[in-house]
Design a binder for this molecule. Structure first.
Ligand SMILES: [Zn+2]
Length: 262
């Protein structure tokens, strides 16, 4: 059963040993992640399905990493001390793969490493969930509707499962909010982030999926396909959206949003 679902950003600077003084500039995000962690803990999840844009990307297939366990570190970002470890959830992972493969391309991979797109949110969210199982998923470059449809298939297995499942769609918004941003500056960045949030607060999922592809592309986001999967999972539930924080002082939009089932 689905017990929790949320959108999280994944900048490595959210990790205190990496962000150092810069972390003060994203304190709303830090605060929101800490609050989200408490809400997740209260939901008593057995397993977290985490969708990352930065795992093993296969352009024309979704990818599910099924390994006996997983490790994450932040050595690529200069942090040689922080280490995370997680167990897998093989039964549910295989059922998801079987459910999806009849309708959409999905590939199983097997790696004990998880990428920062998964590891940064998990660093915050699993502080008090030491026994948690995870299922790392990576989206594809298939179109947005395929991602929404993937979410609908995922929902069927989540709903059938006796496990208490949390779903985290990891992704950042625009990467071009200011001069010197990772993708350079474009006014389309702020336009995309604003329009997305307006539609999200109205729970207008069809409206989000119909956003102009050119605007999405110009915004240089990495989260839209992650979010489209979450929308496919959540759309038939009754839910409220709580946009807990949004900010982008370094030119990348970071949004924390909790989808509360009612
Ligand atoms: Zn990203």
């Amino acid at each position: 059963m689905l017990v929790f679902s949320a959108i999280c950003p994944h900048p490595p600077i959210l990790i205190p040993t990496i962000g150092k003084d810069n972390i003060k500039q994203i304190k709303n995000t830090v605060e929101a992640m800490k609050n989200l962690e408490q809400e997740l803990y209260a939901a008593k999840p057995d397993v977290i399905i985490i969708i990352s844009p930065h795992g093993e990307m296969i352009p024309d297939a979704f990818c599910l990493n099924l390994n006996s366990n997983y490790q994450a570190n932040f050595e690529d970002f200069g942090d040689f001390t922080t280490k995370l470890e997680f167990k897998s959830s093989p039964m549910l992972a295989l059922k998801i793969k079987e459910r999806v493969e009849n309708e959409l391309p999905i590939v199983l991979s097997s790696s004990d490493k998880i990428d920062h797109g998964a590891a940064v949110p998990l660093f915050y969210l699993t502080k008090h969930l030491k026994d948690i199982e995870i299922i790392p998923l990576c989206y594809s470059f298939l179109d947005f509707n395929a991602h929404f449809q993937f979410g609908q298939l995922l929902k069927k297995e989540i709903a059938k499962s006796e496990k208490r499942v949390a779903l985290i769609a990891s992704g950042d918004m625009s990467h071009c909010l200011i001069k010197g941003a990772p993708a350079g500056y474009s006014p389309k960045g702020a336009e995309f982030d604003k329009e997305f949030q307006t539609l999200l607060k109205r729970k207008d999922i069809p409206g989000i999926l119909k956003m102009k592809p050119k605007l999405i592309e110009d915004a240089a986001e990495c989260g839209f396909r992650s979010f489209a999967i979450l929308f496919g999972v959540i759309e038939e539930y009754k839910f409220e959206v709580d946009v807990m924080s949004y900010e982008g002082p370094f030119g990348v939009g970071y949004m924390v949003a909790n989808f509360k089932l009612v």
